[in-house]
Design a binder for this molecule. Structure first.
Ligand SMILES: [Zn+2]
Length: 145
């Protein structure tokens, strides 16, 4: 599976969301958790796709450490916001692969905190690889329906 194939699965998750954001967590070529935006469903402003995936996983494994997600890759249809990027740092996820950027979302009128996840990660204490722009236009299309 390449980045595009995993992102296709994250896109399927995005279509289930209150807002079209989806994410999956992958390790050793296996999906270990999937999630989507549930801010309205859960009346929870923090129920972003990435937070839902990371929270569901750490609660399922009942293990807490600052590197519980070492070796895991988070695929997300849109660049993690400042909150989600911070949670990525706290969880120690090894890699973030995203589709549409925050800038691209802002350009089509989607409200965002206009700070890149790279900026947050760089200020953190984890070494997280970031791969942007995977199927970005398809991820953006979901907001135009
Ligand atoms: Zn977020």
């Amino acid at each position: 599976m390449n980045h595009e194939s995993w992102m296709e699965i994250a896109l399927e998750e995005a279509k289930k969301g209150d807002l079209p954001y989806g994410a999956i967590l992958v390790k050793d070529n296996q999906i270990v958790m999937r999630g989507h935006n549930q801010t309205q469903t859960n009346s929870d402003v923090s129920a972003h796709a990435e937070i839902n995936v990371l929270r569901s996983f750490t609660m399922a494994v009942k293990h807490y450490s600052l590197d519980v997600l070492r070796g895991y890759t988070l695929y997300t249809t849109c660049e993690p916001c400042a909150m989600c990027a911070a949670v990525c740092v706290w969880s120690g996820v090894s890699e973030i692969v995203y589709g549409a950027s925050t800038k691209e979302l802002v350009e089509i009128g989607i409200e965002q905190i206009d700070i890149s996840c790279e900026t947050i990660v760089k200020q953190g204490f984890q070494n997280i690889k970031i791969t942007p722009g995977i199927l970005a236009s398809t991820c953006l299309e979901l907001f135009k329906n």
